[in-house]
Design a protein around this ligand. Structure first.
Ligand SMILES: Nc1ncnc2c1ncn2[C@@H]1O[C@H](COP(=O)(O)OP(=O)(O)OP(=O)(O)O)[C@@H](O)[C@H]1O
Ligand SMILES: [Mg+2]
Length: 148
């Protein structure tokens, strides 16, 4: 596995770029040889965070920019999704299942991120923007056998 790698991508806040972010992530993780299942889980988590920036932070304003940072350090993957949008007034509430500020949404994005990643951190300031940090160890099997 690659020992350390860092990539940063900036893209316009449009729905089409969710697919772009997923593809960039797949390409970034190619050397890791992950199972389809693990890769799919990580891609879902990323899609949820990117979608939130596009929809909630920017209201799909194509003039705004979402930043995706991907870092691989040994077997720890860190993803940062950052926007300069409206920010989240109450992070604790936003993280609750089925809480959404948009009527037609299920309020499950953060739950997917939590479920599929080992760590989820949200840093946000109203009027300034939001940074979501997602972390996952990519070699769980190894981690378990080392503990045992
Ligand atoms: N980047 C962001 N900027 C501003 N608000 C956000 C951001 N991300 C999340 N939120 C707020 O947190 C709430 C919960 O987010 P979550 O992704 O869990 O649910 P949702 O996006 O509303 O619904 P779903 O993801 O199921 O479509 C959102 O409704 C929104 O108010
Ligand atoms: Mg969401």
């Amino acid at each position: 596995m690659v020992k350390e790698n860092k990539v940063e991508v900036r893209f316009s806040s449009i729905g089409e770029n969710v697919a772009l972010a997923r593809m960039v992530l797949s390409a970034f993780l190619m050397p890791c040889d992950l199972t389809r299942e693990i890769l799919d889980e990580i891609k879902i988590a990323l899609s949820e965070a990117v979608t939130n920036s596009i929809i909630h932070a920017y209201g799909e304003d194509a003039n705004q920019t979402v930043i995706l940072r991907m870092c691989l350090n040994d077997d720890i993957l860190t993803l940062e999704i950052e926007d300069n949008g409206v920010g989240i007034p109450d992070i604790k509430k936003a993280l609750e299942p089925e809480y959404s500020t948009m009527a037609e949404h299920m309020g499950l994005g953060f739950i997917f991120m939590k479920t599929f990643m080992d760590e989820l951190e949200v840093v946000s300031e109203v009027g300034k923007g939001t940074k979501v940090i997602l972390r996952r160890q990519l070699t769980e099997e190894k981690a378990i056998s080392e503990v045992g």
